[in-house]
Write a protein that binds this ligand. Structure first.
Ligand code: 4AD
Ligand code: MG
Length: 449
């Protein structure tokens, strides 16, 4: 007896062979002497039909886990079905006991999100998780082909890379430390062995250290932001894909690379996950942009569009950053094609960005705006002039001499970017709420499970 995952049954021919599968009953129908079970094991979006006798029908409820053994055959509709000789019930599942999902019923994403521990069993969310996995692999394959090295950067750090004051401080959770903290009126962030320690908001500064030895590096890891936002686009913990490249020629190199990355990864996901995309996508499947060149606007060009009342009816203040409405409008204005906004006013962006050669009031920075989410990527050339960098370093007592040293010793022109992985999934799947593209979303007041 071959033990098979259901995806492999659909991939080759096991008809006439005795096989065993292990999975969860999604639905069951009784017809005369027979019980027809739709069984899924998470390996693909398709269910395998398993035929059982009605003898143990009462225990084979929807949601139960089973091991079924029998001969695989063609069904009258010429699909595969398992004519079971034996079914072992692993774990029963009863709505009467409080299981929140009835068979065949479709639930809203808000309802399903209340049960994060059961969510991976829904067909919609298991499809999402397979797409998330495929996208992760596509990213690693792409970077590998491009000659980039994946590195692990720390989660505990002393810097606030973005300088936005959105860090979570790390505090050792023992009574003595906490009492000391209260007694000596220490701030929470001063209690990690007496130095400020945060959960990282970005791996960038550490990647910059590594890139000055390995030339091309990236990381895909968790980042944390204490933004008090419950918006459909913000999480307290999200995955960011960050890359850095040394010996770079200019911002154009970064734009070209990002465009290639987004197109390659999306094409791979479309090729691999056709069925899952149908199940988990919320908004149409408009991938026309895959064949078009991404639009590039300067900040000033974008501002001119937003100030023109014949084009944009809302308000925009010259020199200010773009809000979600502005971002959405610009992408629509550019025909739904992903749109770079480059050369931003210096005071809107973090200290590490390089001034534009032709205009010192601007930095060589980019935001990539896409439909459904707005800002998907943020990046820039890095300031590699030591004096300019030193003048802009944050003066909040954070020790960044090591970062300056990267310019003092063997510095190179370098650049990089960070792409919000959850926002990327929202973008390609048209999913409204970012909490529906990550297995266990964290947002203010929501970290119980
Ligand atoms: O624009 P951000 O803040 O850029 C950086 O952190 C740079 N240090 C990256 C780099 O150059 N290495 O964040 C990058 C992206 C945003 O464009 C957005 O897609 C995503 O991260 N992002 C969030 N995603 C979910 N929830 C949040 N709270 C997010 N904040 C940023
Ligand atoms: Mg940004």
């Amino acid at each position: 007896t071959q033990n098979l995952r259901i995806i492999n049954i659909f991939r080759s021919n096991y008809v006439g062979e005795k096989i065993q599968i292990k999975g969860w009953i999604k639905a069951s129908r009784k017809m005369k002497q027979h019980l027809f079970l739709d069984v899924n094991d998470g390996s693909c979006s398709k269910n395998l039909q398993v035929i059982a006798t009605t003898a143990n029908a009462s225990s084979l409820t929807s949601g139960s886990s089973i091991i079924a053994t029998g001969v695989l055959q063609h069904s009258p509709k010429n699909e595969f079905e398992l004519n079971s000789e034996h079914i072992e019930l692993c774990g029963g599942c009863n709505i009467q006991d409080g299981y929140p999902f009835a068979p065949r019923k479709v639930y809203s994403t808000d309802y399903v999100r209340q049960y994060l521990h059961f969510r991976p069993r829904t067909s919609h969310f298991s499809s999402l998780l397979r797409i998330r996995d495929a996208a992760t692999r596509a990213i690693h394959n792409f970077f590998h082909k491009e000659g980039y090295l994946h590195v692990h950067t720390p989660i505990l750090t002393s810097n606030d890379c973005e300088g936005a004051g959105e860090t979570f401080a790390v505090v050792p959770n023992n009574q003595e430390t906490l009492q000391n903290m209260v007694r000596s009126r220490l701030l929470p962030e001063e209690t990690y062995f007496n130095s400020k320690t945060f959960l990282t908001v970005s791996a960038q500064l550490h990647l910059e250290a590594v890139v000055h030895g390995l030339s091309k590096v990236y990381t895909l890891g968790p980042t944390f932001r204490a933004e008090n936002s419950k918006s459909r686009l913000h999480l307290s913990e999200f995955y960011m894909l960050e890359a850095e490249c040394a010996f770079i020629n200019g911002l154009d190199d970064v734009l070209v690379f990002i465009e290639k990355l987004v197109k390659n990864v999306t094409t791979d996901v479309l090729n691999e996950c056709e069925d899952d995309l149908k199940k988990s996508s919320e908004g149409g499947d408009n991938f026309a942009w895959l064949d078009k060149k991404f639009v590039v606007l300067t900040y000033d060009g974008a501002a001119a569009i937003l100030k023109d009342k014949t084009k944009y009816p809302g308000d925009f203040v010259e020199g200010a950053s773009l809000n979600k409405d502005h971002e959405k409008f610009l992408v629509e204005y550019c025909g739904g094609i992903p749109t770079f906004v480059i050369n931003w006013p210096k005071d809107l962006k973090p200290f590490y960005m390089k001034e534009c050669v032709e205009d010192e009031s601007r930095v060589a920075a980019l935001d990539l705006l896409v439909s459904n989410v707005g800002e998907l990527v943020g990046g820039s050339l890095r300031e590699n002039c030591r004096n300019k960098l030193e003048a802009k370093l944050p003066r909040d007592g954070v020790e960044l001499d090591w970062y300056l040293d990267l310019r003092k010793f063997g510095g190179t022109p370098s650049g990089g970017f960070g792409l919000g992985f959850e926002r990327y999934l929202q973008f390609i799947l048209g999913i409204n709420n970012i909490k529906d593209v990550i297995p266990f979303p964290r947002w203010p007041h929501n970290c119980k499970l």
